[in-house]
Write a new protein. Structure first.
Length: 368
């Protein structure tokens, strides 16, 4: 029998409005459903609990989980408490304008150990371009409150490749974030996603050279400030890597609960449908939420192990992952200084990491 999953994701979809770049499963104008949703989440957790082993990590993501307010998360966190392994990481995503010192202290007291604050930028014109509600001052205050509340790790999310972002803006964001004393930074390249306001406005991503320059500056700037570039878009002070994300990248099993949440366990993946009302109705009726289920064949799992495994600055064991689609490319990539190998273990070199997608395309058939 497959051992139970050690990682749980819970999706809290409520947002005050939808940011122009966001394509996540989000529910706007439904704040009156928060109590019913919290109850439904607990019901889904209870129904699925047989799939769980002791939990090493829990991640409350969104949406805007902090719009639930601590009292609506209490029940779920109480249900989870006896399932947590000693030293478990319990993360929450927080929008800076939705938290204050009292709430953050309450979340800490409820067992949350790690807070990830969505800053995206510290430049007012970029925040406006992204439809962000928080001002730079609110972001700074939220970080300070989270630090005072005593979480084990405080993280900040940022974006590069934002329309209108100049190299000077990027330097200013680097200076701002490295001045905060946070433990972890996620710095993503903005994707212009289909169906978003940004796409409808005809926003264009920066050209490849400018994006590559920006990425290089992000990595250099954060490394110079003492962060380790431990994953494509993630940087941590020693001991502050996000263990939940590391579990995804090592293709571990995980259970996801809530609308739009994905689970992967025992070679099967399922995704709950979007739509809070239908989710609540199903759980109220004692039924499972609407889901799409897919069996992961050996090839899919092998490709995922490569795609995820090469994101992190750890060796990938080919014995575990399986051979790449084009094993002959390995020698070429090694000779070109993009990959290094030691026996059955392989990792991207620093140069390889900057062009990870190109390297993957050499190795695998369907890498994106
Ligand atoms: C799931 S979002 C939710 C977090 C929170 N609601 C917020 O807005 O800060 C988590 C992170 O994904 C990143 N993200 C969202 N949309 C993105 C996009 N289109 N391209 C790149 N990163 C994106 C942002 O950095 C965001 O902080
Ligand atoms: S970016 Fe965050 S706050 Fe904005 S709509 Fe998406 S989930 Fe909500």
């Amino acid at each position: 029998m497959t051992p139970g999953a050690s990682h749980l994701y819970a999706h809290l979809p409520f947002c005050a409005s939808r940011c122009g770049y966001c394509a996540f499963v989000v529910e706007v104008g439904a704040l009156d459903r928060r109590d019913a949703y919290a109850a439904a989440l607990r019901a889904e957790l209870a129904a699925e609990s047989g799939r769980l082993g002791p939990l090493e990590t829990v991640y409350l993501g969104g949406g805007t989980p902090t719009l639930m307010r601590p009292h609506r998360l209490r029940g779920l966190l109480e249900d989870l408490a006896p399932r947590l392994a000693p030293g478990a990481e319990v993360s929450i995503e927080a929008n800076p304008e939705t938290v204050d010192g009292d709430q953050l202290r309450e979340l800490r007291a409820l067992g949350i150990t790690r807070v990830s604050l969505g800053a995206q930028s510290f430049q007012p014109h970029l925040l406006a371009a992204l439809d962000r509600a928080a001002t730079p001052a609110q972001v700074r205050r939220a970080v300070a409150c989270a630090q005072d509340a005593g979480f084990a790790s405080v993280s900040v999310d940022l974006l590069f490749g934002v329309p209108g972002q100049t190299p000077q803006d990027l330097e200013a964001d680097l200076a701002a974030v490295t001045g905060l004393g946070v433990d972890h930074v996620s710095w993503y390249e903005l994707e212009i996603k289909p169906g978003t306001a940004l796409e409808r406005m005809g926003a264009e991503p920066p050209d490849e050279d400018r994006a590559a320059d920006a990425y290089e500056r992000v990595v250099e700037g954060l490394e110079a400030a003492g962060f380790r570039w431990y994953e494509t878009a993630n940087f941590a002070r020693p001991g502050h890597e996000c263990r939940h994300s590391l579990a995804y990248w090592s293709a571990a099993d995980y259970l996801g609960i809530g609308v739009g949440a994905v689970s992967t366990a025992g070679g099967v993946r399922w995704r709950n449908a979007a739509g809070v009302d239908r989710y609540i109705a199903a759980l109220d009726a004692g039924e499972a939420p609407r889901r799409e289920t897919e069996t992961l064949d050996a090839d899919t799992r092998r490709r995922e192990r490569w795609m995820l495994g090469l994101r992190v600055d750890r060796d990938l064991d080919i014995g575990w992952a399986g051979a790449p689609d084009h094993p002959e490319a390995l020698e070429r990539l090694e000779a070109g200084g993009l990959v290094r190998r030691s026996g059955s273990r392989i990792a991207l070199t620093r140069r390889g990491r900057f062009i990870q997608n190109a390297v993957l395309q050499e190795l695998m058939e369907y890498a994106s």
